[in-house]
Design a protein around this ligand. Structure first.
Ligand SMILES: N[C@@H](CCC[C@H](N)C(=O)O)C(=O)O
Length: 326
């Protein structure tokens, strides 16, 4: 079967975008899972953190589903939504659109460039809840905001929230960030464990200065990624709750793949977050996939570059230089 795709990224959290609306691929969820497992494999010729499937929607301009590289489906992906948002807006020739995701219909719009010549999109991260049942996190309490989880760590203080995919966040020092703590903790809560039966995205946050944080995320279903959009949004909200940043104000969020901006809004006790950043297209390709063969054989038939990476690398340089001060 011939499949067209676009390799894209948000802060170098990279995805393969497959549009199911024009071509009748007839994928079921087993095929989507198999595609994610095989095409995202870093040993293969493509490799990615996940696959974004664009599909027709009855309630929005398009539907989007995200499969992690381990073949599991996630309810939301912020960096991926910027890429999907750009794809849908350019396809419909509009500057803004509404995308149906697993739990909400979310606004996406073209935004003033975050750095020169970088295609930039703003996406809505919502709904946000602190209810532990939503993650789920199995503790005998309703929420966990700036508290310890003794089963996980004596030294770290955590906040758990869904945006709506599940996140466990902790504010750390430079030494803690550079230690093995995040790996040990993330492997524990993403393996068989009693606290997080569905696993969780684990973020270590460093507060750099007012209006500026660094976030490192070990993603459920993937492992460490260069950045996680929902994690950066959740982390910004946590720093606002701590009084380190302000509601309504854009916060620069640095990550291992660049930087984005997040702004947290609160209306009638309800939070929502704007995530603003690059939506970079790397190349388009056509692949030949043989679903009938054991191990799903793939071959890249055509590949064409978008030439957007050189400009993006300038943003990365700028982010690296800024971070070297801390
Ligand atoms: N990279 C994403 C999040 C992808 C889903 C996540 N791994 C999960 O399973 O919840 C982002 O940019 O938000």
């Amino acid at each position: 079967m011939l499949i067209d795709l676009i390799k894209c990224h948000g802060s170098h959290n990279d995805f393969l975008l497959i549009d199911e609306t024009d071509r009748d691929y007839k994928f079921d969820d087993f095929k989507r899972r198999d595609l994610a497992l095989v095409l995202c494999d870093r040993e293969s010729s493509l490799g990615a953190d996940g696959i974004l499937f664009i599909r027709p929607s009855r309630v929005a301009d398009a539907q989007y589903r995200i499969f992690n590289s381990d073949g599991t489906e996630a309810s939301m992906c912020g960096n991926g939504l910027r890429c999907a948002g750009r794809y849908v807006c350019e396809k419909l020739d509009v500057d803004e659109a509404v995308i149906e995701t697993m739990k909400a219909n979310l606004k996406v719009k073209k935004h003033e460039e975050i750095f020169s010549d970088i295609p930039t999109y703003q996406v809505e991260i919502s709904p946000v809840t602190f209810d532990l049942k939503d993650l789920p996190l199995k503790l005998y309490q309703e929420t966990l905001i700036q508290e310890k989880i003794p089963q996980l760590s004596e030294e770290l203080t955590f906040t758990a929230l869904s945006v709506p995919n599940p996140h466990l966040t902790t504010v750390v020092t430079k030494e803690q960030l550079e230690s093995n703590l995040q790996t040990e903790l993330s492997e524990k809560v993403n393996g068989p464990n009693d606290l997080f039966p569905d696993g969780v995205n684990v973020s270590f946050i460093r507060i750099l200065e007012r209006g500026s944080i660094f976030v490192s995320t070990y993603e459920r279903g993937v492992g460490y990624t260069n950045a996680c959009g929902t994690a950066m949004s959740a982390s910004t909200l946590v720093t606002c709750l701590m009084g380190e940043n302000e509601l309504g104000q854009p916060v620069n969020v640095y990550n291992n793949g660049g930087m984005v901006q997040c702004a947290v809004h609160k209306e009638d006790e309800t939070y929502s977050i704007d995530l603003i950043g690059n939506a970079t297209f790397v190349y388009s390709a056509q692949i030949d996939v043989d679903f009938s063969k054991e191990g799903l054989l793939t071959e890249i038939l055509e590949q064409e570059d978008f030439d957007e990476e050189i400009e993006y690398s300038k943003l990365q340089e700028h982010a690296k230089k800024y971070l070297s001060q801390f």
